[in-house]
Design a protein around this ligand. Structure first.
Ligand code: ADP
Length: 209
């Protein structure tokens, strides 16, 4: 079962992806996380990707498609026993959606919708573990380290108001059109991202079970 999660920044894609991958034994592929990993290295590509992410700009389609193809080949060559791939943050442009069509069949396309105000509020309050990526709300954090792995809690460079607006604008102009692309897909569904994480998870499970 291959699934795509689509939605604006901070709609909860990452949180839902972590819950879904465990329940359905899926390979969770977050292009954002893969790119942040490359951006943390002092290479030419790393520095270039970091500068785009920090400004809230998309990475070019060619680089993204290559990243996805490499990752899919890697999973295949490892003879992994996953029951499918869960794409989180990909595809983000119509070009990427067309490229994916040639790579694999997708069973479900889940759009998670939220208002711009909700995005801003969540992004300003969002911190995460540098080590395992678990997200926390800054306003509700009691400990200074990750409750799962003890890792350092950090704020993403691109999680500030100015960059969040740039990311939201890119979402509307570049990613929103792929919802039209997928609307006729038999597995397309929209869920309300304003609900709690557990409620959204229940809604998604009802769709795919
Ligand atoms: P969010 O959905 O909260 O904005 P992500 O972790 O999915 O965060 O992505 C972080 C950044 O990585 C994006 O703002 C963008 O710069 C880059 N990025 C991630 N996925 C893609 C993609 N498929 N195409 C282009 N850029 C991407």
């Amino acid at each position: 079962m291959n699934i795509i999660l689509i939605g604006p920044p901070a709609c909860g894609k990452g949180t839902q992806a972590k819950l879904l991958k465990d329940k359905f034994n899926l390979f969770h592929f977050s292009t954002g996380e893969a790119l942040r990993e490359i951006a943390s290295q002092p290479t030419k590509l790393g520095l270039e990707i970091k500068s785009h992410i920090d400004k809230g700009e998309f990475i070019d389609d060619k680089t993204i498609i290559e990243l996805v193809k490499n990752k899919l080949n890697e999973i295949e060559s490892q003879n992994a026993t996953f029951d499918g791939v869960l794409f989180d943050g990909f595809p983000r442009t119509v070009f990427q959606a067309n490229a994916l069509k040639n790579l694999m069949d997708i069973d479900f396309v889940i759009e998670i919708s939220i208002q711009k105000e909700t995005m801003t509020k969540r992004i300003l309050d969002r911190v995460s573990c540098k080590n395992c990526g678990k997200s926390y709300l800054l306003s509700q954090m009691k400990e200074k380290t990750c409750s799962v792995c003890g890792g350092e809690i950090i704020k993403r460079n691109d999680d500030n108001e100015t960059v969040a607006y740039a990311r939201y604008d890119d979402y509307l102009t570049k990613t929103f059109p792929i919802i039209e692309f997928y609307k006729n897909h038999k597995g397309y569904h929209k869920v309300d991202g304003e609900k709690s994480a557990n409620e959204i998870f229940d809604d998604i499970c009802k769709i795919i079970e």
